[in-house]
Design a protein around this ligand. Structure first.
Ligand code: RDL
Ligand code: RDL
Ligand code: RDL
Length: 156
């Protein structure tokens, strides 16, 4: 099947995560179309995603954002996240939220590395969700993480 995976992202973010994900999607899903919609910040992402679904006919959308380190940024991220969930419920379509909080990393180099890894790993999640959802079921309960190392299943 030829899929359409929308990529919504922001100019606020300090890493171009959508381009990283686009590369992974194109490697794994031959012929995939990846319409892109860039907005200023994370609170603008929900409507961008909804338009990619309703007007561009996307099968799934990835939403990339970078919440800053301050309290207001964290509130902004929570609200953006709820907006993304609402857009999913209104459209019955998955929106994979790829957020990297600036304070998850110690320095800029680590922030860049984390953002690239999280974008790649969520893109691989998307490939599985579209092509082989049973692959995700095989990973159920395995303590998977994106960007950070997996923590693994709890041992007896
Ligand atoms: O609609 C215009 C802006 O309000 C919107 O783009 C916001 O998402 C911008 N923004 C904030 O106002 C803020 O306080 C952002 C952050 N924090 C943030 O941490 N990350 C963003 N945007 O991407
Ligand atoms: O849409 C893709 C992801 O954003 C989504 O799967 C999140 O639920 C993943 N996630 C976080 O982003 C996070 O900050 C999870 C947690 N924390 C968490 O504590 N437990 C999860 N997911 O199952
Ligand atoms: O325990 C360390 C991290 O897993 C934890 O801090 C998560 O909340 C980190 N995280 C985010 O903050 C986020 O916005 C994650 C995601 N998104 C995500 O999509 N996947 C993760 N962690 O594994």
């Amino acid at each position: 099947t030829r899929y359409k995976v929308g990529l919504a992202d922001t100019t606020f973010a300090r890493v171009d995560m959508a381009s990283v994900a686009e590369k992974v999607l194109k490697e794994h899903l031959p012929g995939v179309e990846t319409p892109r919609y860039t907005v200023p910040g994370i609170k603008d992402l929900p409507v961008a995603c909804k338009r990619l679904i309703e007007e561009e006919g996307c099968d799934l959308v990835m939403a990339f954002g970078m919440p800053g380190p301050t309290e207001i940024d964290k509130q902004c991220a929570m609200v953006a996240s709820m907006g993304l969930i609402l857009a999913q419920l209104l459209t019955n379509t998955h929106i994979i939220e790829v957020f990297v909080h600036e304070d998850e990393a110690e320095d800029e180099r680590e922030l860049h590395e984390l953002a690239v890894k999280r974008a790649e790993e969520h893109a691989l999640n998307v490939v599985k969700m579209l092509e082989k959802p049973e692959a995700l079921t095989r990973e159920a309960g395995m303590g998977r993480r994106e960007g950070h190392p997996d923590v693994g299943p709890a041992r007896l």
